[in-house]
Design a protein around this ligand. Structure first.
Ligand SMILES: Cc1ncc(COP(=O)(O)O)c(C=O)c1O
Length: 400
């Protein structure tokens, strides 16, 4: 009934889990919701004020499809300060979130039959967008025993003559793992030798707890600038998910192709959002630091509570705001068989909503967002531990 391309894509597991939680909440249950993929903090005051001022000044019309020059300029300034790379506004285009930045990239670069390598566990939108344009996602698995580290050799081994691009997400949703400069460098060199594009999703770039060498933009600009796309976002850094602001940084010719695509589809992002994002990117950054500090406190607390259970193993995330525990020791052929079963039973019996690992190509895991209050985290952790105990106490105790 619909276009064939729709048969290739799946809906969001996170949104499905959140909708289930909402259903129970409406039925009167006290649900602890750990599905949120967005900051629970309000947008910083000076950013909101800039958006309101834009409306009051009637800055409410179309802008250039690529965005207002001052914001494109401010993004160049931010990348110069943060990564010491020189970009011109002609290489920057404003998008409706990082999601559209990545989708413009897929539309402009990937043809049917092209292969696009990425790493798992992944943010599902990455492979789904690849499929939506008819290309083929090629998945390189990472392992929790290795802190979900991406190995350059594994990525390079996945390259074939049909490889068009490699998409890297760091910090990674859902694992919180970082791809370090030393890992990216050989991947970039292999890509450069074969004319393969590298796309880096930097959505969580401001949310890094453990400083490691992570100047990925510089590695790419020094070695492979003419085939690099950086996808950025104001959503998580500045608690601006609803405003819809992201951007691409890409060679001029590709940016011009993005401009054509966007000009014929969505045009510019909301004019007032652009003014708010300008305040976010070029104004004081204290709110970013304060949110990061709070996320760190929550991460440490939740990680400590959950891993006190002998059957729950969890890598401590280095970035973003998700724990991704391995709960496979709590599964059994005669009980809850999969992490999807576990998540469903956890919601039905303990009223805690999490996203099952299956949605991230990681059965046996759960994604728990700690972008919620400490009280909710404590209550949710208590319920999860009680639920785990109720499953098979003897087995759980012997799991490690
Ligand atoms: C890894 C990753 N990239 C990109 C995005 C896009 O977010 P937005 O479109 O709000 O910028 C998200 C949102 O959840 C994400 O998790």
């Amino acid at each position: 009934m619909f276009a064939q391309r729709l048969a290739r894509v799946s809906g969001s597991a996170t949104l499905k889990a959140a909708a289930e939680a909402e259903r129970l909440r409406r039925a009167g249950y006290n649900v602890v919701d750990f599905t949120a993929g967005e900051p629970d903090f309000p947008t910083p005051e000076h950013v909101k004020a800039a958006g309101k001022a834009a409306i009051d000044a009637n800055f409410t019309r179309y802008t250039a499809a690529a965005g207002i020059p001052e914001l494109r300029e401010a993004i160049c300034g931010r990348y110069k300060r943060q990564y010491e790379i020189d970009i011109t506004p002609a290489e920057v285009l404003l998008t409706a979130g990082g999601k559209q930045a990545l989708f413009n990239t897929a539309l402009a670069l990937f043809d049917p039959g092209d292969e696009v390598i990425t790493h798992a566990p992944y943010w599902p939108t990455i492979p789904e967008q690849v499929k939506l344009v008819g290309a083929l996602p090629v998945i390189v698995q990472t392992r929790s025993e290795e802190g979900f580290a991406v190995h350059a050799e594994a990525v390079i081994a996945a390259i074939t003559p049909r490889t068009r691009a490699i998409i890297i997400n760091s910090p990674c949703n859902p694992t919180g793992a970082l791809v370090e400069e030393a890992t990216l460098t050989p991947i970039v060199d292999a890509a450069a030798a074969r004319g393969i594009w590298i796309v880096v999703d930097l959505c969580y770039e401001q949310l890094i707890y453990e400083p490691v060498p992570h100047n990925l933009p510089k590695v790419l600009f020094d070695r492979h600038r003419d085939r690099t796309v950086l996808a950025g976002s104001a959503s998580k850094s500045y608690a601006m998910t609803g405003w819809r602001c992201g951007w691409t940084i890409a060679p001029k010719e590709l940016t011009s192709a993005f401009n054509t695509i966007q000009g014929q589809t969505t045009s510019n992002i909301a004019s007032m959002t652009q003014k708010a994002a300008l305040a976010a990117v070029s104004g004081p950054q204290d709110a970013v630091a304060a949110m990061l500090a709070e996320y760190r406190t929550r991460r440490d607390a939740l990680h400590g509570w959950l891993t006190a259970h002998p059957a729950i193993r969890c890598v401590k995330p280095k970035g973003a705001f998700y724990l991704f525990p391995d709960i496979s020791a709590l599964l059994s052929p005669d009980g809850l068989k999969t992490s999807a079963d576990f998540a469903e039973a956890l919601l039905e019996k303990a009223h805690v909503a999490v996203t099952a690992g299956e949605g991230f190509d990681a059965p046996g895991y759960l994604r728990i967002s700690y972008a919620t209050s400490m009280e909710q985290l404590r209550e949710g952790a208590t319920r999860i531990l009680r639920f785990a105990e109720s499953l098979q106490p003897a087995r759980a105790g012997a799991a490690r």
